[in-house]
Design a protein around this ligand. Structure first.
Ligand SMILES: *Cc1c(COP(=O)(O)O)cnc(C)c1O
Length: 350
């Protein structure tokens, strides 16, 4: 991708003026850098409960490990309380309430809209094509000068597929705003992360999470990768101690033992293939959409009743039948072999 075809974009001109002007809260642990023996600066309890000290506000140990795994400069990493925190902070950094807007491509992850609504930021909705890929013509017609952020989800939730890489490049070159690519499911996809493109595109933000492949949804740890400049803006407006000590320690451990994640991913992908085959063999299943994630979207004869029936059988799936382009669709997470076969047996008995 040649950078000469990309229009010049001045990311700082997209940031809200009050955010550019403000001075961030400076915590005790922000100001002190170096080795010390006596900490009387933060009004902590001096007696050693395991957690009497505040955590590192910028989580450098985690970022050091993560930078090796993701092959990116630690200063290009933001860590938050789930990637949901990054979504909220991006909207608050770039979108003026009551004035600016974001674009989403439906059907997609729900939190982009929720965070926009909380912040009184307008939501421009476009639809993906019936096979859930980007539709560049309607997209180009929808955004205007108020549109600061485009949220793309690839692999997409709830459809499960990767968006076309070529179309994403076109958008990155055409859209004068921030392009967020939510890669929550990238570990399950046979495709390279857009992290490798950060140097080409100053308006790119890539989101990933410890909640899916890494098996740490309960910890609440999300990642954003972007230019040092965008990361510095997110750090400026986040809560000072947004990631707790235990989460930081467990994340370092997970990153040092990344093979555990790789083993899970391999097994989940094998189970996904089997689940797809089994679902396709059922008479009430009309279509199973291709998946690059750890779930599949399946169109059935009557999704709400299948959903209720499965619930009576104590099996919970996600009814997406009210969502754009997903009529009569259920979203099914790939479980253990035992869980998947319980699901299939229940559907055979339906
Ligand atoms: C699950 C998911 C996330 C993860 O959010 P966390 O807050 O990190 O748990 C983000 N984006 C999408 C599309 C998801 O499906």
């Amino acid at each position: 991708m040649s950078s000469t075809t990309r229009p010049f974009i001045d990311v700082s001109s997209l940031v809200r003026k009050n955010i550019l002007a403000m001075k961030p809260y400076s915590s005790a642990r922000d100001e002190f850098k170096g080795e010390a023996e006596v900490f009387l600066d933060a009004n902590e309890n001096p007696y050693p409960s395991p957690f009497n000290r505040y955590p590192d506000p910028l989580q450098w140990k985690v970022k050091e490990k993560l930078s090796l795994v993701k092959k990116v400069n630690p200063k290009q990493i933001f860590l938050g309380n789930g990637s949901d925190e990054a979504i909220d902070l991006l909207i608050r950094a770039f979108c003026e309430p009551g004035k600016d807007s974001i674009i989403i491509t439906e059907p997609t992850y729900g939190m982009y809209s929720v965070c926009a609504e909380v912040n009184a930021v307008d939501i421009k909705k476009t639809q993906l094509t019936p096979d859930f890929d980007l539709d560049l013509t309607t997209f180009t017609k929808t955004f205007d000068a108020t549109t600061k952020i485009l949220f793309l989800c690839s692999p997409n939730n709830p459809s499960g597929n990767l968006l076309s890489r070529d179309k994403i490049y076109q958008v990155l070159r055409k859209f004068y705003g921030i392009v967020v690519i939510d890669e929550a499911y990238i570990d399950f996809a046979d495709s390279k992360s857009f992290i490798a493109e950060l140097d080409q595109f100053p308006n790119l933000v890539v989101l990933q999470t410890f909640s899916k492949a890494w098996g740490l949804a309960g910890l609440r740890l999300g990642m954003a990768f972007a230019s040092e400049y965008i990361i510095s803006i997110l750090n400026k407006i986040k809560y000072p101690y947004n990631v707790n000590i235990q989460t930081q320690e467990l994340a370092v451990d997970a990153l040092e033992n990344a093979y555990r994640k790789d083993i899970w991913v391999d097994e989940i992908l094998r189970q996904r293939d089997k689940l797809v085959r089994d679902l396709k063999g059922l008479k009430q299943v009309e279509k199973v959409f291709p998946s690059d994630a750890n779930f599949v979207l399946a169109r059935v004869k009557d999704a709400p009743s299948v959903y209720r029936y499965l619930m009576e059988e104590k099996i919970i799936v996600r009814d997406r039948s009210k969502v754009a382009l997903c009529y009569n669709c259920l979203r099914i997470t790939v479980g253990t072999p035992e869980e998947n076969s319980k699901l299939i047996k229940a559907l055979q008995a339906y």
